[in-house]
Design a protein around this ligand. Structure first.
Ligand code: ADP
Length: 165
């Protein structure tokens, strides 16, 4: 136990991040206080049709997280839990906004535990002002010419405008 307590703890924060929002960053900052290292893992899942390529999503994340010293940005394909095992992760971080997230997240956490019992899923509650926020809504707002100020970092809003013009 004592040996385990002194061990360096790593968490994976997986997601699409298409693109990263202030809601994602809120969860990430909270996670970075709890773990020695947090790896933000951009899912490069060919089934989903993202607006930004995995490398575009990663470079936006790298840029907005550069002051967070214990945060790394990476990408993965295939099963997230296999990637987490490969990285020797202790935990998976997921953000919770509302009850509507719960069903899906509960199922994923239990399936992942079945696949790999040693890696815990840790849920972090978002700040109240991001409860309604997701990447999809930001794409819609910017797509219709609205302002995404306070929803995403400035450079992400600029990238969205260029992409959706
Ligand atoms: P996925 O497609 O895997 O859900 P997302 O990029 O949408 O990927 O989200 C990654 C993680 O961040 C998920 O755990 C999601 O619940 C969480 N998340 C997204 N937006 C917010 C937000 N506004 N507040 C808290 N958590 C969030």
């Amino acid at each position: 136990m004592a040996e385990n307590q002194s061990k360096h703890k790593t968490a994976i924060y997986p997601g699409s991040f298409d693109p990263v929002t202030n809601g994602h960053l809120d969860i990430l900052k909270r996670a970075a206080k709890l773990f020695d290292k947090v790896i933000v893992a951009v899912g490069d899942n060919r089934g989903k049709k993202p607006l930004f390529t995995a490398s575009e999503r990663m470079s936006m994340l790298k840029s907005v997280c550069k002051s967070m010293k214990n945060v790394e940005i990476d990408s993965f394909t295939g099963l997230m839990i296999e990637y987490a095992k490969k990285k020797n992760a202790d935990a998976i971080i997921r953000g919770l906004r509302a009850v509507s997230d719960f069903d899906y997240e509960f199922q994923m956490a239990l399936i992942n535990r079945k696949l790999e019992g040693e890696i815990e899923t840790v849920f972090i509650m978002t700040a109240e002002n991001y409860v309604y926020l997701n990447s999809g809504i930001v794409k819609e707002i910017v797509g219709f010419g609205g302002s995404a100020k306070d929803l995403v970092p400035k450079e992400v809003e600029d990238a969205l405008r260029r992409k959706l013009r």
